[in-house]
Ligand binder design. Sequence first.
Ligand SMILES: Cc1ncc(COP(=O)(O)O)c(C=O)c1O
Length: 393
Amino acid sequence: MDLDAIINNQLSERQRVHQYRRRPVVRRIDPTHVEIDGHRLVQFASNDYLGLSFDQEVIAAAQEAMNAHGLGSGAAGLLGGHSPIHASAELALARWKGTQGSVLLPSGYQANLAAVRTLTAIGQSAGKNGIQFLVDKLVHASLIDAVQGMGAPMRIFPHNHLEKLKRRLADAPAGQLQVVVTESIFSMDGDAADLRGLAELKQQYPFVLLLDEAHASGVYGPGGSGYAAELGLREIVDISVVTFSKGLGCIGGAICGSDAFCQGVVNWGRPYIYSTSIPPAIAAGLEKGIELIGQNPHWQEQLRQRSRQLRQGLAGRHQVPGLEDCPIVPVILEDEQQAMEVARLMREKGYWVSAVRPPTVPRGSSRLRMTVCARHTEKQVGELIQGLKQVIA
Ligand SMILES: Cc1ncc(COP(=O)(O)O)c(C=O)c1O
């Protein structure tokens, strides 16, 4: 059996249905510009919402830690890879999120895996009916992979459909631990979980809330501490997942929760236990990022203002009801082919925007996904709107 021939067959099929993926080589120049094939483009495709990956103070903090402690951490957290820099960053994260503790992981993907793995291990030993995950249909692949990979009972509820969720909670067998899994800001639509509705539901039916704050961290809430904090609903969240790869401009993730849950992660969260801890430079960089976000609330204001400008400028074409001031702005297009073509034409006009197709988004909802950065100017956003209108027309 020729493995490559099998793969090539499958890849041809992907090409036929316009779902073939390839990685362009993109050189980032600054938070709002990239260079591709020798062309300088205005960037509207990065999750570095505050431009922190280029911030000189963040870079200096990371460099200092790297010079003092080396490039890699050298071991998993349980075997010597948990340095004072890691411990300090975990404290800063917990303070930021208002939780008792936090645990750093090499990626947001792994943070979700470790959170679900820990919950499953705990839930399965807690009672005879074990655990059930109730998952919003549009959550990130890492959460779906995590729950599916554990083989734990899972029921998907339609996006933000709290009536359905309520029925599932009402039908659950007595003594079974219910875990509701959702995202505060949804990565592809730029809309929000109905956290107020979840707060009410939680009063009627007890459940554990696992909230992925990947796209809200740095963007919403006091000091960028997240969307639950923005709504004053921190206390309804039992486990909060933060990714550093977006608003914090680096890489990695964290699980924030009670001391007990964090100890649970260290004992049962295999993606934590069996992975080398993040480089000290990253831990130092993200701690500096949190500090700077707190000191510079105008970054958040600027980001949300520019996001509003883009969303309002594209009103009518934008068919996903999202948050007005969310930096994720999708424009739904006819199909995969059109999404690719519009992205290509935008590139010709000097813009780098992403075309997102199934299976990343549901069939029939191929889109351009544009993301705003606090460092975009009003002029850059205005010109993007004009350019896109011309291309779509
Ligand atoms: C909602 C959400 N959760 C988790 C992740 C994974 O984060 P990371 O890229 O840090 O692994 C992503 C991003 O890719 C995401 O959008």
